[in-house]
Design a protein around this ligand. Structure first.
Ligand SMILES: NC(=O)C1=CN([C@@H]2O[C@H](COP(=O)(O)OP(=O)(O)OC[C@H]3O[C@@H](n4cnc5c(N)ncnc54)[C@H](O)[C@@H]3O)[C@@H](O)[C@H]2O)C=CC1
Ligand SMILES: O=C(O)CCC(=O)C(=O)O
Length: 426
């Protein structure tokens, strides 16, 4: 990767954060200098121009990206984000985290991430379809079921994955469902993928409440920032599977609070209809920042990165921080959390890994052309998360690391070892 491109990635606070985390983890495990840059920096960065015809006949030019961070252990894997102000550095950081996550939970994948700098809510459905198809069209030379396999992330969904799969399949000449995961069931999607990330978060929250905090989940109060795919499914699973009480929810327009408990199914129906939680009856309004510092048993940031700053970390009043979002806690905020012995953290690499695990199951089902029922998917998912949790806890105990450092060192070490074992070209 060119030095000019790498140095431009450092303009992004997310990329700087991911690199500082890497450096800290590499020092902690004494990773040889000779392998560090090769493991840290992305293998490929792709940037594409996407001219899209708007419904009024005008043309808007969007920028799209795909970063393939590591290809050493299998095809690269990771979501596609449609968000305003997205930049290559942010995508590269997210791709780096995908590499550690896939390695941590034992998937035969490297990490990738992609996206378009766009506010999807400002496009009509047909404009969104044209943008999704054009993005996939531009990526065709660089991806494939054995090269790089996209999935949904912020601002994208099953329908967008369906359009992308159709575009790729039309180009090849026959149906290739395994080119993306998180597709509609009718196009080879997996049972359980839609709820996988949130259900995985809820499963781990219950395990940590029971095993570490010694608190019955039904006594726990929960506050969740972000009410998209991950936040809403985590809220539902925590209520339905664990008997917990959700007291606060939010989306980007603000939040709602009811200390007696929010009817999550009703909030979801309201949100689907109104497009926001604002105005939901049976709860009072609360700002996103106030939600983060509410007294509660479990705080779940499930929206964007870097919302927990050092100032907020000092004011948190939860007992368990379950990082459903990628990178919600800044590097400096993490130092504050390490000094606080009253908060347990389930780091993002472990906490939100349910999504990519079930994406792997979807890819396997597509390739075998054999489909599993929902119970099979979720049982396998929870078993795989439990194995990763046990590995993180063992690493934490063995080296007296924080739980985040334990997860990162396990992921980084596995990727670096694979690179070393493959050797270098002379
Ligand atoms: N979808 C998936 O399977 C996975 C997603 N993640 C991560 O989970 C997080 C959420 O992703 P999704 O739920 O898929 O996205 P989504 O697009 O379905 O939902 C995002 C939610 O966050 C809210 N939001 C956006 N900006 C916000 C802000 N500044 N403050 C508060 N809320 C804000 C939106 O209103 C929406 O409710 C992201 O960090 C993503 O990378 C991680 C693993 C898998
Ligand atoms: O399901 C996938 O392949 C990727 C999920 C993802 O983007 C993530 O874990 O952050």
């Amino acid at each position: 990767m060119s030095k000019v491109i790498i140095s431009s990635l450092y303009d992004s606070p997310e990329f700087r954060m991911a690199c500082r985390q890497f450096d800290q983890a590499a020092d902690a495990i004494s990773l040889p200098e000779s392998i560090r840059d090769r493991t840290k920096h992305p293998r490929r960065c792709i940037a594409v121009s996407l001219p899209i015809r708007r419904d009024d006949g005008s043309v808007t030019l969007y920028e799209g990206y795909r970063v393939q961070h590591s290809l050493s252990t299998g095809p690269s894997k990771g979501g596609i984000r449609f968000a305003p102000d997205l930049c290559l550095g942010e995508v590269a950081a997210l791709a780096m985290w995908m590499s550690w996550k896939c390695a941590l939970v034992g998937l035969p994948y490297g990490g990738a991430k992609g996206g378009v700098s766009v506010a999807p809510a400002q496009l009509s459905r047909s404009e969104l379809e044209r943008l999704s198809r054009r993005y996939m069209q531009e990526l065709i030379p660089f991806i494939g079921p054995d090269i790089d396999v996209p999935a949904p992330d912020i601002g994208t969904n099953e329908q967008i994955m369906g359009w992308m799969m159709d575009t790729y399949s039309n180009h090849i000449g026959h149906l290739i469902p395994s080119i993306v995961t998180g597709k509609p069931l009718s196009l080879g999607g997996s049972q359980g993928r839609r709820e996988a990330t949130g259900a995985g978060v809820a499963h781990l929250v219950c395990r940590y409440l029971t095993d570490v905090l010694k608190t019955p989940p039904e006594h726990a109060t929960i506050a969740i920032q972000g009410f998209g795919n991950v936040g809403s499914e985590a809220a539902l699973a925590l209520v339905q599977n664990c008997g917990a009480k959700v007291i606060a929810l939010s989306d980007e327009r603000g939040g709602i609070l009811n200390p007696r408990g929010i009817d999550v199914a009703r909030a979801l129906a309201y949100h689907r209809y109104q497009g926001t939680l604002a105005g939901f009856e049976g709860a009072e309004p609360i700002s996103n920042d106030a939600l983060l510092t509410l007294p509660c048993t479990v705080l779940i940031p499930a929206a964007v990165q870097r919302v927990i700053t050092p100032e907020i970390a000092a004011k948190l009043r939860c007992r368990l921080l379950a990082e459903a979002a990628n990178g919600p806690t800044t590097y400096s905020a993490d130092k504050v959390l390490e000094q606080r012995d009253d908060i347990e953290v389930i780091p993002d690499l472990l906490c939100n890994a349910g999504g990519v695990i079930v994406s792997y199951f979807e890819w396997l089902q597509n390739r075998a052309n054999e489909y599993w029922d929902r119970d099979t998917v979720l049982t396998k998912l929870f078993a795989q998360l439990d194995r990763a949790k046990d590995a993180v806890e063992a690493q934490k105990r063995k080296f007296k690391f924080s739980r985040r450092l334990a997860a990162q060192t396990l992921g980084i070490e596995r990727v670096a070892h694979a690179k070393q074992a493959r050797g270098l070209f002379p």
